[in-house]
Design a protein around this ligand. Structure first.
Ligand code: NAD
Ligand code: MG
Length: 298
């Protein structure tokens, strides 16, 4: 049998064959252009009915962590709507095909998360296409490094907050009337929330905001039976990084400073989202699940 996510293996040696070199692509970056390819779990994620009959909306579901999560959700029995930018159609249609192969009802809903009207219609379109909604994953994000605060334009600062924070607010607010008890909300934060890099001041600030939003909303919604949690990835190989998420000289050694000594793959994040989405985490609320190769967290 070929490997799946349960195969006993040495995590320090897993993915030793994925060794990216310097490369640059225009934002938002495509998985289709990533070399070597990231592992989204296409060949390895094995479902076991953990999300049977659930209905999920995942932003940034075309590539990287969101796409790996979408694949896992579909193989666990969920129907899935994905949001992405129109220029990411190539990635989105490939992922939609994989989700349909898993038997999922799929909705592809392109648009710009910086636009509140899109965020609101995204929710109603997902609800209509899937016949309801009980998992929301706010995962879409923007990360552009700048060596100096003076290099961060007002436009970049605004775009980063709109994409990472405002969209989460607009989408969650629009989704709440549709979420019945048992529903789950998962936000993608980052190790940057508490170990901010000097070159990611705006981005890191949005991720700290996402953590606070998660914990506050979790307290508010727990009595209603809706659980809110977040996942905090460490350095993961996705199109976000070579599209100005990091300087070129950092790509070669990306993740080597983690205790595990390597970057992570999107497929290694998906099980964390499955756990938090599923009823098996019924007593887990306001938690930040760190998936970062061993870096200490508060
Ligand atoms: P990714 O590029 O594959 O995914 C990000 C997605 O965000 C894009 O696919 C795009 O669809 C979406 N997006 C960006 N701007 C948008 C906009 N204006 N409108 C609509 N959609 C937009 O990269 P990823 O690394 O998988 O990122 C997913 C999440 O993980 C992000 O929130 C990111 O901050 C977070 N994260 C990533 C890492 C990492 O090392 N890759 C580490 C920590 C946190
Ligand atoms: Mg993408």
């Amino acid at each position: 049998m070929s490997r799946d996510q349960y195969t006993f293996t040495n995590p320090a040696e897993l993915y030793a064959h994925i060794e990216p070199q310097k490369q640059h692509m225009p934002e938002p970056g495509l998985d289709a252009d990533l070399a070597p390819k990231a592992d989204l779990g296409e060949e390895t994620y094995r479902g076991s009915g953990r999300l049977q009959g659930r209905k999920a909306l995942i932003t940034g579901g075309d590539s990287g962590i969101g796409a790996a999560t979408a694949i896992a959700f579909a193989r666990e029995g969920a129907d899935v709507a994905i949001s992405y930018l129109p220029e990411e159609e190539e990635d989105a249609s490939r992922i939609a095909g994989i989700l349909r192969d898993a038997g999922a009802n799929v909705a592809t809903l392109p648009g710009d998360l910086r636009d509140p009207a899109y965020c609101r219609s995204l929710v109603t379109d997902a609800v209509e296409a899937l016949g309801g909604l009980d998992i929301l994953v706010n995962n879409g994000g923007k990360q552009i490094y700048q060596e100096s605060l003076t290099d961060i334009t007002d436009e970049q600062f605004d775009d980063t907050f709109k994409t990472n924070v405002y969209a989460m607010f607009w989408i969650t607010k629009a989704a709440l009337p549709h979420l019945t008890p048992g529903s789950t909300i998962i936000n993608t934060t980052s190790i940057q929330a508490y170990s901010p890099s000097g070159i990611l001041v705006d981005y890191a600030s949005t991720k700290a905001t996402i953590n606070a939003f998660t914990k506050g909303l979790a307290e508010q919604l727990a009595p209603k039976g809706i659980r809110v949690n977040s996942v905090a990835p460490g350095p993961i190989w996705t199109p976000l990084q070579p599209s100005d998420g990091q300087p070129q000289e950092k790509i070669d050694s990306f993740g080597e400073d983690t205790p595990l000594g390597r970057m992570g793959q999107p497929a290694e994040l998906a099980p964390a989202y499955v756990f938090l989405a599923s009823a098996e985490s019924s007593y887990v609320i306001g938690e930040t699940l760190n998936v970062n190769g061993g870096m200490p967290t508060p």
